[in-house]
Write a protein that binds this ligand. Structure first.
Ligand code: RUB
Length: 312
């Protein structure tokens, strides 16, 4: 039996960091998981392939239990462990090498995908555009920064993104890159929508019907953009497409501690709810920008089925 105590402390720390959001954002969570699997493979003292794969499974379960919504996490684990899991007549050393090289490959591909999304997405920005983004997405910011470097973009509006205020991370990153940035509260989106040319957000999961799961408030912004006929773009690596939605499974929406909103002791008679993601219907999404190219939301089904061979 693999005991919890046998999991390397650095791996437990990564799991803790994902749970407490020190590591956050779907891409970073996936890369964190890849690093944890690599560390496990490197330090394992398993004597048999069976023992080794049990350790990998144990760590996978620990990671999967951290946050439920970003499919990048299970997809990263699946991509790294699928081969070693099927490998027959192999030894611990070979399995170790497989996990390490697949984790390295995942991290490298993931970072390259973000750069490529920046490149592809920036071509969809017109000279003088004012962009609005929500929360903090590496993919969305890659497009904004690339477009700014190409002298296309005029200004970016960033929502605060309550309750954890990840918008402030975006503001820091964008101003550091020299992008003219305006911070607004989430409820000011409709007030400012007439000043906006395009909305660009990231995604934690994309369902087979093209629905987007992203930071709470995204769907309200999409609704406002739709009403004002402002194009709504989603930027996401291919591993954000959710294979389970092919068979009608729903993406689990994480509900976090109400303390992130306010100290519940101050309102002992009130119930406080803190769902941290929501679902934007595909009708409100104009484009999904991936590292493989731009697709309409209606092509999500094909991406999941064909590109990944993740058949129901
Ligand atoms: C982050 C969030 C981001 C997506 C995409 O939520 O919703 O928009 O994860 O980010 P949280 P990226 O802060 O709760 O993790 O493009 O960086 O993967």
């Amino acid at each position: 039996m693999i005991l919890e105590t046998m999991i390397p402390p650095e791996v437990k720390q990564i799991a803790r960091d994902i749970r407490t959001m020190r590591i956050r954002g779907a891409g970073r969570i996936a890369r964190g998981a890849a690093k944890a699997l690599k560390l496990t493979a490197k330090t394992s003292s398993a004597r048999t392939p069976r023992e080794f794969m049990k350790e990998i499974d144990k760590v996978s379960s620990l990671l999967l239990a951290t946050r439920p919504t970003a499919v990048s996490l299970p997809n990263a684990i699946r991509l790294i462990t699928a081969w070693p899991k099927q490998a027959k007549n192999t030894d611990v050393q070979t399995l170790r090498k497989m996990i390490i090289s697949r984790a390295d490959e995942f991290i490298k591909n993931s970072k390259e995908a973000v750069t490529r999304i920046g490149e592809i997405g920036s071509q969809r920005i017109s000279k003088g555009d004012v962009i609005l983004t929500h929360c903090n997405s590496d993919c969305a910011l890659a497009i904004i920064k690339r477009a700014f470097m190409r002298h296309k973009l005029t200004e970016v509006f960033v929502t605060e993104s309550r309750p954890m205020r990840q918008g402030l991370i975006s503001v820091r990153e964008l101003t550091k890159a020299g992008v003219p940035t305006t911070l607004i509260v989430d409820s000011a989106v409709r007030y400012f929508i007439r000043d906006i040319d395009k909305v660009i957000v990231g995604a934690d999961s994309i369902a087979a019907n093209g629905a987007i799961v992203n930071k709470i408030g995204t769907s309200q912004i999409a609704l406002v953009a739709h009403e004002a006929r402002v194009p709504f773009f989603v930027a996401a690596e291919s591993y954000k497409f959710h294979p389970d939605t092919l068979v009608g499974r729903l993406v689990k929406i994480e509900e976090r501690d109400p303390k992130e909103i306010v100290d519940p002791k101050r309102f002992p008679r009130a119930k406080i709810r803190n769902p941290v993601f929501d679902i934007t219907p595909p009708e409100y999404v104009d484009l999904i920008i991936t590292e493989r190219g731009i697709i309409p939301p209606s092509a999500a089904y094909t991406i999941i089925q064909d590109l990944f061979k993740w058949k129901s």
